[in-house]
Design a protein around this ligand. Sequence first.
Ligand SMILES: Cc1cc2nc3c(=O)[nH]c(=O)nc-3n(C[C@H](O)[C@H](O)[C@H](O)COP(=O)(O)OP(=O)(O)OC[C@H]3O[C@@H](n4cnc5c(N)ncnc54)[C@H](O)[C@@H]3O)c2cc1C
Length: 382
Amino acid sequence: MGGCDVTIIGAGLAGLQCARLLARKGLRVLLTDRKQALDQKIHTTGIFVRRTLVDFDIPPDCLGPAIRHVTLYSPALRPMEFASEHDEFSIGRMGQLYQRYLQQCLLAGVQWLPETSYLGHSATSGKLTVRLSTGEITTSYLIGADGARSRVARDLNLDQNQEWIVGVESVFEGAAIDGPPRLLCFLDPQLAPGYIAWIAHDGEETHLGVGGYAARFDPVAALEAFRARVSRIVDLKNAKQIERRAGYIPVGGVLQNIANSNGMLIGDAAGAVSPLTAGGLDPCMRLSAFAAQVVSEYLSSGDPSALEVYSGELFRARFASRLWARRLAATFRQRQLLELGCAVLRFPLLNRVARHVFFGRGSFPDVGLLDSQPCSSHAKIC
Ligand SMILES: Cc1cc2nc3c(=O)[nH]c(=O)nc-3n(C[C@H](O)[C@H](O)[C@H](O)COP(=O)(O)OP(=O)(O)OC[C@H]3O[C@@H](n4cnc5c(N)ncnc54)[C@H](O)[C@@H]3O)c2cc1C
């Protein structure tokens, strides 16, 4: 199979973003995924927040119509409305987006191996031999973009995720909901223990999902129960289910030890997900851009100190409040308590906090090259 500078395991959003950026810097990149095609077995709803859409080159034709409205439902289905004067969210057409980024990778010279699983690696005299299901490759650096339960993390002796929620959703075409495109979030300790159930509806696609701590519910049964519970809110009579998606979401915050001289972690493998909202797409884009910069500096200088900036320690401090909020969310197990929590959200101060969670611009810290500039002023990182 020959050799390359960087081998990336996993072609989700994190792997694709990092591969295309590294290849554009002139590095020889090998990208592998165990999937046969990237539009199969997708495990994200694909809701992008405004900050990502402003800062990164997500092709408009890979996005659904903009969403400005959020409705938060209490366990007793009492709604609370939030509206923004901006386009806040778009639901990505993720299969299409992955394929588009893959095309960009190929144009930039990335070597692509689908249906190829990572099996392990060994290190000798500054080079790594990576064992794949289709053969072996020699590489200078290994990047684990292999998701929440990363095997690469374990093999590189880096930190591994320890805390997850699980999410499962059905995707429909032809569903009807009154009013403009919106996100509907449902707090319910039985159907979504420690997280939320959701309907994400942009007028074209509708995603119905539940998420929560795996030990506290049966996600598939909860999704069926949720569908029945919201039958008056979303009309699925003429709807066609086009997909079922599911996956693990790490919510313990960015891991501390995410790089060494043999390799590093990006995306879910690095725990780069907001512990409170469980949003991981913005962190994928941002951390992978930073990783590409750090790896190219390290490989061109050969100086291991170039890797010191790539430490979860730097991000964790800025996640402290969201980690506390996650601990709090995990403790709400009683309906009455959650109902009371929703009632107090109507007070102006707490209402502003809720608005900030939905519409704030703090999903993942800007790192490295972005730190010195306000978001609006830097060019798209593409
Ligand atoms: C149900 C659900 C809904 C979500 N909704 C949202 C949302 O709306 N907005 C948001 O911001 N975040 C959301 N998230 C979180 C977000 O989707 C993830 O944080 C993000 O997609 C992670 O991307 P990734 O590239 O790191 O990992 P992944 O997308 O998991 O990609 C990892 C890739 O690695 C491959 N792989 C794994 N092991 C191997 C191996 N041994 N060999 C080869 N390949 C391998 C896999 O096939 C996969 O393609 C959601 C998560 C779930 C589960």
